[in-house]
Each structure stands twice: as C-alpha cells, then as structure tokens.
Design a protein around this ligand. Structure first.
Ligand code: ZN
Ligand code: ZN
Ligand code: ZN
Length: 423
C-alpha cells in the first residue's frame, strides 16, 4: 500500500544510529543514546550489552555472579572465559575465513582438529607458526534466511547454532526444512535484532515504527523486538496492515501494543491536513495537536462541512494547547444551537440533556434568541455560549484582542458559510 512512502520517510540519521544496511538487515542498538543506548557489560571479555539499565552487568554475568557468590567489585575484575556462542569471531590462523568453533578455542573446527589430532596437541603459538597450518576458504553463509552468520562445516549448510537447532527437531516426516529455513529465527547478540527474511516493505515499516517510538521516548529493548519480528517472519507477513487482529494471531500483549502503535504511526505518515479535513472525526496529531475532534454531533451536512472549513481556517491561528479544546467547544455549541428543537412532549426530569446524541435532524435554524447571563468576554464562542445546556466541555475564552469579532461575529460567519455550502 504505502511501502515506498514509508521507505522515503525513514530518517537516514536514525538508520545510521542503528548501523542499518539494507544488505545485512540487522538492527544494532547503539552504546550511547539517551533512549535506546545499551552500554557494554563491564566484565572483561564479555561481548554482551546491559539491556536492563538498572543492572550493573549483562544477564549472563548476573547469573554467573549469583552462582559464584563473589562481591561485585571483585567479580568485575575477572575476565569471563565462557563463550555464549553469540556472534562469530574469525579463526586465529592467518587468512583463515572460517569462524571460531568456540571463543576459548580461538580456532575454526578444522584447525582445532588439526592442532589436537594431526599435529599432536601443539601449543597455540607453536601451532600458529607451523608451516603446515594455512588459512582456509570460508564455507559460505548459513542458509537460514534470518541468520547472518557463516557456516561452520561442510556437512550442514548452517552456522553452529542452526546446525544444533536442526538436530533437535524430531525426525518427523512432515518437517519441512525449506520452510524452516525461511521462518526460523536468527542467532543474535544482545544488541542485535535481525530483520532478514522479511520483505523490504515490512522492514521499512518496522524501522519507521521504531523511530517513531524512539522519538516519543519509549525505551524499546532488543529482546522485546526480536520475538515480534520473529513472529512476523514466521507468519510470512508482508505489511503491518495485514495484522488486523494481533491478539487472535497469538501476539503477546506487549507486541499487540507495539503493532497498534506502529499501525497508528504508519497511518499518520500517510495522512496530511488536506486528507484529514474531509473526515468527520479529525486526528488532531495531523495538525500538530493531540486528541481527536469529532464533528459528528452536527447532523446537518452543510453546517458540518461549513464548520470543518471554519475550524480548518481557525486552527493555524491558535498554536496553544487549548486549540483543540476550543474547537471542540465551538462544535458542541454549534450542534446545540442548530440542533433539532426539543420535542413538544416534556422530558422526564433528570433525562439526558447532553449535546449531540443523534437528536439534531432539523432545518438550519437556531433555537430562538440566545440568552446572555452577564457573559461579557469577547470570544468566537461567546455568542453561542449562553444557550449551551449543561454539557461536558466548558467554553474557553480567547485572550483580549485574540479575535477580531465579538459575540455573534463568528456565529454569523458560520451561518453564511453553511448557507453558501447548502447552495
Ligand atoms: Zn557480561
Ligand atoms: Zn581456521
Ligand atoms: Zn545460522
């Protein structure tokens, strides 16, 4: 629907902040950023980031420290020797293009075997200098679409983690390896989120939604985004508007909130004041305000259309936060002023006397002369104020000199507009 426009709306500065590259398609959370910055874990040799700001270390180191029982200051000085298996480091042999088998071994699987078996367990420095030890060509990328790691052996066309994951599947006859490649999740480091394996359009929408959330100050964490994108990939979604009922599709509550926020941000992206002004309920964020402005209480079409024109013209003159409040009050007052006269039968006491509520279906005519109760302030709504029944919105008053016309001036203009529209 609007993939191209979403792509064009992406801020290159934000994409650079995420180290985004349309080839690699991996979001990398920055170390330094007021909203989404993830600092490095302070434990020496630990490749992870701290994803929960209130913790002093990454999740893995927190667990190791709990088991060790060491004081924090002491624990922070001991380098970690545990490989989390996250991320790939190159083999230590000069010009070898294969990834290390484990962080501790420092060698690819082939060189590791050569060292421990063919060359009888040489010391590392001796092994690296041995004339028979030469760099090997890479084996190519892992064939799981979402994955961006390299293959570790020639038997399986996958990285180490995906090879292990594949082996855990029971040998069911209906296991579809091709589909598994398309839909399985990536093996990410703590600060990375893969958007590989999703169409360009969905990736652009996800990035735009992320930038919009970050602009609004939401601290999104990679471990929340990863399962969302994994599910979108697994369900082979091509655009967020396809996800009409995320709850029914199995998304978690947090993911539903993220999807709804993304859909709202994307719908606003494709809305301009010109497209919004023809609607009967305006999303005021399109005009730089907040909330909504319904015109539905004015049931006479010409008058409602005239009111939209009036508000559209009036809004730019009110750049304060009362602008929407003011417009709502004028709409409410007008709905009452030009509403259908009350039915001849008396209403029961305590009955609803609210504004709107589908009772205005009459001709364009005020309900008799306005009655003023000492209201002397000059305001566009002032002329409408006195006949407003006890309604929800109090009428704001423009500041002195804010509006050119006094009581009745704007109401008169509206009447003229409505008549013009009706003609
Ligand atoms: Zn750590
Ligand atoms: Zn190697
Ligand atoms: Zn892989």
């Amino acid at each position: 629907m609007h993939g191209k426009r979403t792509g064009e709306a992406l801020d290159p500065g934000f994409l650079a902040l995420l180290d985004w590259d349309w080839e690699r398609r991996v979001i990398t959370f920055p170390r330094m950023h007021p909203v989404i910055g993830l600092p490095d874990c302070p434990v020496p040799n630990c490749p992870s980031a701290i994803t929960i700001a209130t913790r002093p270390m990454c999740w893995g180191c927190m667990g190791r420290r709990r088991k060790s029982g060491m004081p924090l200051a002491e624990f922070l000085l001991v380098p970690t020797s545990i490989s989390t298996g996250i991320g790939q480091q190159p083999c230590a042999v000069d010009r070898c293009e294969r990834p290390r088998d484990t962080a501790a071994a420092r060698l690819c699987a082939t060189h590791r075997l050569q060292r421990t078996q063919a060359l009888g367990g040489l010391g590392m420095e001796e092994f690296l200098a041995h004339p028979k030890v030469v760099g090997l060509a890479g084996l190519g990328p892992c064939l799981v679409t979402a994955c961006y790691l390299d293959r570790v052996g020639s038997k399986y066309p996958y990285c180490k983690a995906h090879t292990q994951r594949l082996r855990t599947f029971p040998e069911e006859p209906d296991f579809d390896e091709e589909r598994w490649r398309l839909t399985d999740k990536a093996i990410c480091s703590t600060r990375e989120v893969s958007l590989r394996g999703v169409p360009d359009r969905l990736a652009a929408e996800a990035l735009y939604a992320l930038s919009s959330r970050v602009d609004n100050g939401y601290k999104l964490r990679p471990e929340c985004l990863r399962p969302l994108y994994d599910r979108l990939r697994a369900q082979q979604v091509t655009g967020l508007e396809e996800v009409t009922e995320p709850e029914a599709a199995g998304y978690s509550r947090e993911q539903v909130t993220m999807i709804r926020a993304a859909q709202l941000a994307l719908s606003r992206l494709n809305t301009t004041p010109e497209t919004e002004r023809v609607k009967d309920v305006w999303d005021m964020s399109v005009f730089g305000h907040t909330g909504v402005l319904p015109f539905t209480s004015i049931t006479q079409t010409p008058l409602r259309e005239a009111m939209k024109i009036w508000v559209y013209d009036d809004l730019p003159r009110r750049r304060n936060k009362n602008a929407v409040h003011h417009a709502r009050a004028v709409v409410a007052a007008l709905a009452t002023l030009f509403g259908e006269p009350a039915p001849p039968t008396p209403r029961p006491r305590g009955g609803s006397g609210g504004v709107g509520a589908g009772r205005h279906r009459g001709v364009l005519q005020p309900h008799g002369p306005p009655h003023r109760d000492g209201e002397a302030e000059c305001s566009p709504a002032a002329g409408l104020h006195p006949i407003r029944p006890a309604g929800p919105a109090p009428l704001p008053h423009a500041g002195p000199g804010r509006s050119g016309g006094c009581a009745g001036g704007d109401a008169g203009r509206l009447r003229d507009l409505a008549r013009g529209h009706a003609r």
